[in-house]
Design a protein around this ligand. Structure first.
Ligand code: UGA
Length: 438
């Protein structure tokens, strides 16, 4: 099948490579010429586990091509996938559909023969109707089915999630479009054991759009819940790790997304919770639970910065920051609680040395020049520190050698906002250790 994907970000690129590996002829389209050049040379523009190898494989096989020109990809496409950004509008809090609308307008006159146009970007309910009307207005003769096909990839695990997703949700009432999507994912069975095949769920377009927001909002609320429970455990003397374990054994609750931390971040949860909350408000529905998670998460990030400062020397403390990405496995610092905490600490006069295994490059583009010292590794980062703060859940920090750490730091204080280290062991090495809810 010929597939065109518009947008080569964290969704479009892994999806494009995966579909090419399934044997589809894929054209990835992006306006950023620098990106296109780099991708055609076989170098990924984002860090994702396994993506470099997959990209090389599909370029070598000739099944993928990157271009800035819609004319190269759209006319031959049986399926066009929209994977452009839907950033949060700074004033309304709603998802900004500017890129989606522009893409729909630009692709419409180029459509030829029956084509399915699928929206993979996270979009508010009703976006399919908007895309459809833009295409129909621009090209009334287009033989097109506009469907919703939300993406559930997690950053850092995108390649794995492409081959082994929990579910594939498709929003369409068209039998013809359904057949196209079934054919698209047919090769997936070659990668999955028979008893673990991914389920495909076909629903109407609007329900599919809501499934995506509802899933992200639910997970964000779950994290907010365990963060509040961590505060409660701290105040009452319980251990949130044991509490989460005990809760997670209930199959109705499940053990995932019960890790307390500095608050959820990334390009999805903060944006999507705001988008559904504000969209609901505009429809006279008050989603108080999601509203509480949004406010609570924002407050939490400030509280966590306060917790670090409270445990560091009063004046211009030298603080080692371990972790800048919004979570492990990615170089993405968008809406990263770690980056927000760094900014609060800087505003309070702290002297920061920072280190992240993958996100140093992206962090540099977001922090003012000269505002922090960048270390090449953990040891350079903690050397002479008066407080060590762990902000991202990288495995590298989990296995930190406490003996070496104790010898390098100026003051033995660890504020571990991801509960990566054992309190008992840290204390045995003479550290004052503060985790979350433990
Ligand atoms: C999220 C969803 O998990 C994906 O299913 C979805 O496709 C994606 O958004 C999207 O909409 O594109 P992602 O943003 O990559 O994926 O990150 P998550 O792994 O969900 O983590 C989000 C945040 O929650 C991170 O800051 C992470 O550290 C935090 N988190 C996660 C916790 O604090 N505790 C947990 O137990 C789990």
């Amino acid at each position: 099948m010929n597939v065109a994907i518009i947008g080569t970000g964290y969704v479009g690129l892994p999806t494009g490579c995966g579909l090419a590996d399934f044997g589809n002829k894929v054209v990835c389209i992006d306006k950023d010429l620098k990106k296109i050049e780099q991708l055609n040379s076989g170098k990924s523009t984002i860090y994702e586990d396994g993506l470099d190898d997959l990209l090389k494989k599909v370029i070598d096989s000739g099944m993928i091509h990157f271009t800035a020109s819609m004319e190269e990809g759209i006319p031959n496409a049986d399926l066009v996938i929209l994977a452009v950004g839907t950033p949060m509008h700074p004033i309304t809090g709603l998802a900004d559909l500017g890129y989606i609308k522009a893409a729909a307008k630009e692709l419409a006159p180029l459509l030829s023969g029956y084509t399915v146009v699928a929206t993979k970007s996270t979009v508010p309910v009703g976006t399919g109707d908007i895309v459809e009307s833009i295409i129909k207005e621009t090209n009334p003769d287009a033989d097109v089915d506009v469907i919703s096909m939300p993406e559930f990839l997690r950053e850092g695990y995108a390649v794995n999630d492409f081959y082994f997703p929990d579910r594939i949700v498709v929003g369409t009432n068209s039998e013809k479009a359904r057949k196209v999507i079934e054919e698209l994912y047919e090769p997936m069975k070659n990668y999955q054991p028979e008893d673990k095949r991914t389920k495909m769920l076909f629903v109407d377009r609007k329900s599919s759009e809501v499934i995506k927001y509802a899933s992200n909002a639910f997970l964000a609320v779950k994290i907010h819940f365990i963060n509040e429970m961590a505060d409660f455990c701290e105040a009452s003397g319980a251990n949130v790790l044991d509490v989460a374990k005990g809760m997670g054994l209930d199959s109705r609750i499940g053990p995932k997304f019960l890790n307390p931390g500095p608050g959820y971040g990334g390009s999805c949860f903060p944006k999507d919770t705001n988008a559904i909350y504000h969209l609901a408000k505009s429809l006279d529905v008050d989603m108080t639970l999601i509203g509480d998670a949004i406010n609570g998460n924002n407050e939490r990030i400030k509280d966590m910065a306060g917790r670090i400062l409270f445990n560091a020397p009063l004046r211009n403390p030298k603080i080692a920051i371990l972790g800048l990405a919004f979570k492990n496995g990615t170089d993405d610092c968008r809406e990263s609680p770690a980056m927000d905490i760094v900014k609060y600490l800087l505003d309070s006069g702290a002297e920061l040395t920072v280190y992240d295994p993958k996100a140093m490059g992206t962090a540099k583009t977001l922090l003012a020049e000269g505002s922090v010292k960048y270390a090449n590794d953990v040891w350079e980062c903690v050397d002479g520190a008066e407080c060590v703060a762990i902000l991202t859940e990288w495995d590298e920090f989990r296995s930190i050698d406490l003996e070496t750490l104790a010898n390098l730091v100026e003051k033995k204080t660890i504020v571990d906002l991801r509960n990566l280290l054992s309190k008992k062991e840290a204390e045995a090495h003479g550290f004052k250790y503060l985790g979350i809810g433990v």
